[in-house]
Design a protein. Structure first.
Length: 249
């Protein structure tokens, strides 16, 4: 089979697969009723027993807590994939010294960091009855970590590899621990008792916030490390070519 024929067959096969997927999705969408009440009435009916006044938090952490746990596991898989591209390295070591930091930037970072941590705590707490929660708070905390690293504060150098891995898996682990606990109490997996639903949700969200923030910061660091690796490889390649040219001359 020639290369042209192989490419043509590949394109045709890919087009057929895409058309089948589009057809299945289109059929599913067209089969939906024009007007549907959805699950909003059911959520409102069970909101008092969920442990949260915010319906989004109730769905994510109680009614569909299993899905949220799987989301954290998917994020962990993303970290594993990113680490595979950076030879398993953890934190970027090429950071400027704090003494060399601009005084204005130094003062700004010292001022804004506590405020961002307070904002993250507020978003975590308010998620029980207003828009907010673990993911929003984790995004703010990860932003704090990125800001500290870009500005040169070496806070992350005191974090061991074991502690980092522990923080990465803590979000999914707390879901599993609570789920096993509910099963030991002869309930379904992640079926919280009504009286303990609120503290359990707060516990899960608190641990998940730290875990998600660590995941986001690790993904950022992996991107930086990958960029530095590619840059180093290109510079090494350019240097070797210059040496070859010098030898030939």
């Amino acid at each position: 089979m020639s290369e042209v024929t192989y490419r043509f067959c590949s394109i045709v096969g890919l087009a057929v697969v895409v058309l089948v997927i589009v057809g299945v999705l289109g059929t599913a969408i067209l089969s939906l009723p024009p007007e549907a009440s959805g699950l909003q009435p059911l959520v409102d009916q069970s909101l008092d027993e969920s442990g949260a006044k915010n319906p989004v938090t109730a769905v994510l952490l109680n009614f569909r807590g299993y899905d949220t746990m799987l989301e954290l596991i998917v994020m962990l898989l993303a970290v594993i994939g990113a680490r595979a591209l950076t030879n398993g390295e953890t934190w970027c070591q090429t950071k400027p010294d704090v003494e060399e930091m601009d005084p204005l930037l130094h003062g700004f970072v010292r001022l804004i960091t506590p405020l961002m941590i307070v904002v993250a705590g507020y978003l975590l707490w308010v998620g029980g009855h207003e828009p907010g929660g673990a993911f929003q708070a984790a995004a703010v905390l990860a932003g704090v970590g990125v800001l500290l690293q870009l500005s040169g504060f070496p806070w992350f150098r005191h974090l061991s590899g074991f502690a980092e891995r522990l923080l990465l898996v803590s979000g999914a682990a707390i879901f599993l621990l609570v789920g096993v606990g509910t099963m030991s109490a002869e309930r379904a997996f992640l079926e919280y008792p009504v009286d303990a639903a609120k503290p359990l949700i707060l516990l899960i969200e608190t641990v998940a916030t730290v875990s998600i923030a660590t995941i986001l910061l690790t993904l950022y660091n992996s991107g930086v490390l990958r960029f530095l690796e590619v840059k180093r490889q290109r510079s090494d390649g350019a240097g070797s070519r210059q040496v070859d040219v010098g030898d030939q001359s």
